[in-house]
Design a protein around this ligand. Sequence first.
Ligand SMILES: *Cc1c(COP(=O)(O)O)cnc(C)c1O
Length: 365
Amino acid sequence: MTAQTSLNFKTIRSASPKSLAERDAILANPGFGKYFTDHMVSIDWSVEKGWYDAQVKPYGPLLLDPAASVLHYAQEIFEGLKAYRHADGSIWTFRPQANGLRMQRSAHRLALPELPVDTFVESLKQLVSVDAAWVPSAPDTSLYLRPFMIANESFLGVRSAQQAAYYVIASPVGAYFSKGVAPVSIWLSSDYTRAAKGGTGAAKCGGNYAASLLPQQEAYANDCPQVLFLDPIEGKYLEELGGMNVFLVKKDGTLLTPDLSGSILEGVTRASLIQLAKDRGHRVEERKISIDEWIDGFASGDIVEAFACGTAAVVAPIACLKGRNFVAGDPNAPAGKVTMSLRQELTDIQNGRLPDRHGWMVRLA
Ligand SMILES: *Cc1c(COP(=O)(O)O)cnc(C)c1O
């Protein structure tokens, strides 16, 4: 590792923060990703200067040249993690180094500069200490942190940008799905895949999401809040949902989840649940899982639970899988026991209600 000069953050406080009453009204009913705190982080980068000008500044619009490469060639990556208020008022986040490392891998794939992991973690601390009052304390609420990076050089030629910027914005949030943790139905996309072999599926980039929105619309039209994608080559094996990884639970307690094929996003929640399940003595198989194995398993009773996971929704029980000509499972099925108890354990660790035996929590403020 090369030595990194640490950046000094300059803080410019907002002259017009939300009033206490406005903030309280938002925190009482935050929804998901609708409201933003008073401040944001920005750090600039250029080939000549490297990372420079780290700031916490008032939240507000970006000034972008219309020729900025992100607007034309989608050179963009992002991260998502949460800040949790513990009972003693302190504020913590979950495995931020894992997100920082993943952002470096995403940056590499999208030919963007790699932000040092310690600067990534420091940027979260800087923002959360200024906007600490925005971290809600009600059950199942948190402050969602959204770091992202864009290429902002004004140049229409096609090559990786020589100028970029990193930002962090923050949004107080409640449950991701409007119905809370009620089991969801999942739509199986038969016409579209999420990512190609050798493509950007393992990178957390906006372009993957852009490609998932049309199938997502199809899912909504079929009363499903999320869409499941199959592998891009044979159209046979589970990959993941638009923005979440997927698990199945067998009758004998074995957990199944697709292995990291190169086109799947390596979720921090996925990795953490695998660890917690193994700690409890569950067998966990990371391997290819065909769509027939799921459908037949639901029918025979060999597969008894399914769930999706990711930072935003944590763990979302899946009641049934719907496709163009079939429904597998019961849309009204209750949430699975293993699903809900893993969810409980993970959220208890994140919220400081259980000991952090793996050293996952990092204090932000
Ligand atoms: C972010 C993301 C996930 C979940 O990752 P976590 O680190 O658990 O939040 C899964 N799939 C996709 C496509 C994602 O973008």
